[in-house]
Design a protein around this ligand. Structure first.
Ligand code: UD1
Length: 426
């Protein structure tokens, strides 16, 4: 195990290259299961979650090859996923438990192979996170669903049939499972109250490049005309809006000036609006977004929401910002219960935070003070790392594997813009 040691107090200035989006890349990789022809995905980030999903796809029979070697340190990799033959329809517990997003093989597998047996993802650090909406969607497409011995089995030996799916509330993952499954269902599928996150539109664009017929992705209603077979394609992953947002927060917290190379403002407008209110000067430039501090950080009130609202994946990082703002902020988490595990850790750094139900009141302090901290999830860990960038002294962030799940070459990117940070064995 490794840990991060951050010496706080350094202003960040320069360019941060934004990697391909983890939350899109994982779904595109699952989409490769839908076609007997190879799917080449460009700009894949080098992350632990990507490796976990490669293991799962390998297990199912997908052959994965790296295009152009492992070089090109600053560019994402291109990988080809060849699901010519699906050898196994079981996604085992040992792999699924490492990453909840493994549930995204369920829809493609049952659509292509007529059966999918996937381990239930199990408990998660940020709430219960059930999969009922995923199952409801597949049932609406004619799949039979059984749950036994910790596994969910979806079967449709004669193939799926188009149908109407209306989600009672927005779920990114359930929309994606439904979307992928419907591409091969006979007839028309209509998904209502679909998630509108940019990753959904990215997935649909990739599926359409593979021959799917999807309209409306990125809107509330998505229509899919099923086709008999998808073909091969080459597709490049969208930039990671959460990674970009995290560095944008770092720019403000350190009173710095960062150019987020490759970031797209339209993917992260809600975050940029909050940062502007807090004292950021945001400019959309050629090839990216610049975030500069105006020298002050003001408190702000925010509520996380489905897209185009403020992303829950930015909540912990914005809380770190609020810790050093002038005045009080109220941060309400409306997507996941129990997503405030970074609060006691931020308090160890000297933050003043009171949690009541799903809202946290953060009273800004003059300075945070370094301490050893640890987090239980990916974005919470980033919140702590950001706090470490401005805390006086040396902050140690333990359990670095959480950060490695979602931030590519974090310490390298931070060091390149002036942070003093090291990765050391724990
Ligand atoms: C995805 C993202 C995650 C992000 C989240 C919300 C990936 C790999 N993960 O997670 O980073 O924080 O979107 O933007 O892309 N729910 C149910 N039943 C279901 C499914 C979800 O009750 O069947 C609930 C969840 O518990 C949660 C809410 O719906 O309270 C939203 O979850 P969802 O949008 O499904 O999140 P994920 O797709 O798991």
């Amino acid at each position: 195990m490794e840990k991060l040691i951050i010496k706080g107090g350094h202003r960040l200035e320069g360019t941060v290259p934004i990697s391909g989006a983890k939350n899109s890349a994982l779904k595109l990789m699952c989409a490769s299961l839908l076609s007997p022809e190879p799917l080449t995905i460009e700009n894949l980030p080098r992350l632990a979650d990507i490796t976990t999903l490669i293991d799962l796809l390998n297990h199912l029979g997908v052959t994965v090859t790296i295009q152009g070697g492992m070089g090109g340190a600053l560019k994402g990799r291109s990988l080809t996923f060849d699901a010519g033959q699906i050898n196994d329809t079981v996604a085992p517990y040992d792999i699924v438990r490492k990453m909840r997003a493994s549930i995204l093989v369920l829809g493609p597998l049952v659509a292509r192979a007529g059966e999918a047996i996937v381990s239930l993802p199990g408990g998660c650090a940020i709430g219960n996170r059930p999969i009922d909406l995923h199952l409801k969607a597949l049932k609406a497409l004619g799949a039979e669903i059984d749950i036994a011995e910790g596994y969910v089995r979806a079967s449709a030996p004669q193939g799926l049939k188009g149908g109407k799916i209306r989600f009672p509330f927005v779920s990114v993952g359930a929309t994606e499972n439904a979307l992928m499954a419907a591409t091969l269902a006979k007839g028309t599928t209509i998904i209502e109250n679909a998630a509108r996150e940019p990753e959904i539109a990215d997935l649909a664009a990739c599926l359409n490049a593979m021959g799917a017929r999807i309209e409306g992705a990125g809107h509330e209603t998505i229509t899919i005309e099923g086709v008999d077979q998808l073909h091969g394609a080459t597709y490049s992953v969208m930039p990671d809006r959460v990674e970009a947002g995290s560095y944008a927060v770092a720019a403000l917290m350190t009173r710095g000036n960062l150019f987020l190379e490759g970031a797209k403002a339209e993917h992260m407008q809600a975050t940029l609006d909050v940062l502007e209110e807090a004292g950021g000067i945001i400019t959309v430039e050629d090839g990216g977004v610049r975030v500069k501090s105006n020298g002050h950080i003001k408190g702000f009130n925010v509520v996380t929401q489905p897209f185009p609202g403020l992303a829950t994946d930015m909540q912990a990082q914005l809380m770190a910002l609020a810790c050093v703002a002038e005045g009080a902020s109220v941060i309400t988490e409306a997507i996941f219960e129990n997503r405030f595990m970074h609060v006691p850790e931020l308090c160890r750094l000297g933050a003043d935070i009171t949690v009541t139900g799903s809202s946290a009141t953060v009273r800004g302090v003059k300075a945070l003070k370094a301490a050893p901290v640890m987090a239980t999830d990916l974005r919470a860990s980033m919140g702590l790392a950001l706090a470490g960038l401005v805390a006086t002294g040396e902050t140690t962030v333990n359990r670095l594997y959480h950060l490695d799940r979602g931030y590519e070459r974090l310490e390298e990117k931070l060091r390149a813009v002036g942070a003093v940070v090291d990765r050391v064995p724990a």
